[in-house]
Design a protein around this ligand. Structure first.
Ligand SMILES: *[C@@H]1O[C@H](CO)[C@@H](O)[C@H](O)[C@H]1NC(C)=O
Ligand SMILES: *[C@@H]1O[C@H](CO)[C@@H](O)[C@H](O)[C@H]1NC(C)=O
Ligand SMILES: *[C@@H]1O[C@H](CO)[C@@H](O)[C@H](O)[C@H]1NC(C)=O
Ligand SMILES: *[C@@H]1O[C@H](CO)[C@@H](O)[C@H](O)[C@H]1NC(C)=O
Length: 456
């Protein structure tokens, strides 16, 4: 009910409440108070991570629970990531989904791309490591002493392998030293090295090693393969490295799958709270309101998670965009990309329906790749059309935290979707669109599930 002004509300609570799910000529609109859009400054951590087995707490780098909150992510980093994803998918350097040594087509890991952080422990005695998690990455690595060439600054001293009784170098003759997974050797008697260079200039290199990984006190993995990075470049804050959640053999999820089951799920927090990463088949989603859609594998990169997006609705109107538009280049679900990227015809249709439903609000200037921004500084409530992503078998309706890109300023709130630059580029469901849902990756059963309202 777009006409439900504050004045009318004073006289009629019925009119006012109808605004919450009011109908107008453009379909259903949802009202949200502008104060709800503003960022929360106080951390209210969720208990969920402690209630579940094999579960780690997730912090959002831009949220109040993160020790050094970052308010302004660097959008050039975000763009570099999207370019890398597409370079990687179209690249001949990637064969059978495995990263070739020295490939320059890994995903960037600098600030702005890694929005979500977990803490787990490595070594004996245990040493806490605060690492980015990323469904688009394959290896797990941290900075190690000695820092032989260069390291980025981190809060705590880098991991010291010589101080851990459970650390071992991987030798060139041992099975995990696979050139197709990034391992390299100068001679067969030597230690296996790894090196990942990222398209934006950041890089990590060092020794491929095994260590005791303590996920939770009762979930300990004695011979976890990771990269002990003695030469690292990149802009990190408190983080000490990155743990991949992709489908390659040395990602975190692959290495725990034999024991915990080939499933993981996460809930990425949107506001003041914390989220969680559950490893294994003990996810709560096993029971309740989870909606599943097939997990697809694409020969261009079998380690990332493709999903069958077939349509989009704005309000209750389905956009006139046939499934073939989405399917021609495919869509991935990525925890490390912030916005959603759509094929240009799909984005144009979405934008036009969204703008027409939002026509009563003043527009604000575009911001980076987002061209549909509003100034809500004078509004009390915002009536916006919910966006539904239609996947094969699952219609997922997004809330305001999934629709809008908001940082500190309600005078420039943007639609958190954009168009791919080139027609052949892959579509991406970014982390904004996933926030507050539990997203379950059931790799064994090849399905991806969404459970709404799983964290805040
Ligand atoms: C992919 O793997 C298969 C079997 O594992 C192999 O026959 C094929 O040559 C590989 N393709 C490339 C491009 O390496
Ligand atoms: C691992 O290899 C490095 C480089 O060759 C060596 O300096 C270090 O002592 C080795 N560590 C162990 C525990 O073998
Ligand atoms: C979970 O995975 C483990 C290890 O693969 C398996 O033993 C167990 O039966 C699975 N449990 C369920 C509920 O699927
Ligand atoms: C509904 O959409 C039309 C354009 O399609 C627009 O002119 C009109 O202002 C919108 N109405 C409301 C209440 O937003």
């Amino acid at each position: 009910m777009a006409a439900c002004t504050f004045h009318i509300c004073l006289f009629s609570l019925i009119f006012c409440s109808c605004g919450i799910l009011g109908e107008d000529s453009n379909g259903t609109l949802v009202d949200v108070g502008v104060d709800t859009l503003r960022p929360d400054l106080v951390c209210s951590p969720s208990e969920e991570a402690w209630r579940r087995r094999n579960t780690l707490q997730i912090l959002r780098r831009q949220g109040p629970c993160y020790p050094d909150r970052v308010t302004k992510p660097d959008h050039r980093q975000a763009l570099a990531r999207v370019h890398s994803i597409n370079a990687r998918l179209s690249s001949a350097t990637r064969s059978n989904g495995t990263l070739l040594q020295g490939s320059k087509h890994c995903l960037p890991v600098q600030s702005g791309s890694g929005d979500y952080i977990v803490t787990l422990s490595l070594g004996t005695p245990k040493s806490d490591q605060m690492v980015e998690i990323d469904t688009g990455s394959d290896l797990c690595w941290i900075q190690c002493k000695p820092c032989s060439v260069s390291c980025f600054p981190q809060q705590q001293p880098p991991f010291d392998p010589s101080a851990s009784s459970s650390y071992s170098n991987i030798s060139c003759t041992s099975a995990p030293c696979r050139p197709d997974l990034g391992g390299s050797c100068s001679s067969s008697s030597s230690t296996c090295l790894y090196s990942y260079a990222y398209e934006d200039g950041s890089a990590t290199g060092g020794i491929l090693a095994t260590e005791t990984l303590t996920v939770t006190p009762s979930t300990v993995f004695p011979s976890f393969v990771f990269g002990c990075g003695h030469n690292n470049r990149g802009t990190f804050l408190r983080e000490t490295g990155l743990f991949g959640l992709g489908r390659s053999p040395y990602s975190l999820v692959s290495q725990v799958a034999d024991r915990l089951g080939n499933v993981f799920s996460y809930c990425l927090p949107a506001k003041s709270s914390t989220g969680y990463l559950t490893l294994g088949n003990m996810t709560a989603a096993a029971s309740s309101a989870v909606l599943y859609t097939p997990m697809l594998t694409d020969a261009r990169d079998p380690t990332v998670y493709f999903i069958d997006l077939i349509g989009i609705s704005v309000g209750d109107r389905r956009l006139p965009v046939p499934p073939a538009v989405f399917r021609s280049s495919g869509t991935i679900v990525d925890s490390g990309t912030t916005l959603a990227y759509l094929p240009p015809p799909a984005y144009t249709a979405l934008r036009s329906a969204f703008r027409s439903a939002m026509s009563k609000y003043s527009r604000a200037p575009p911001r980076d790749e987002m061209d549909t921004c509003y100034d809500f500084s004078k509004a009390q409530t915002v009536s916006y059309p919910p966006i539904t992503l239609h996947y094969d078998g699952a219609d997922i309706t997004l809330g305001f935290v999934n629709v809008f890109y908001i940082d500190d300023d309600v005078s420039q709130v943007c639609l958190a979707f954009t168009a791919n630059t080139h027609p052949g580029e892959v579509g991406i469901i970014g982390n904004i669109q996933q926030r507050t849902f539990e997203v379950t990756y059931d790799i064994g059963e090849n399905k991806i599930g969404f459970t709404p309202g799983a964290c805040s």
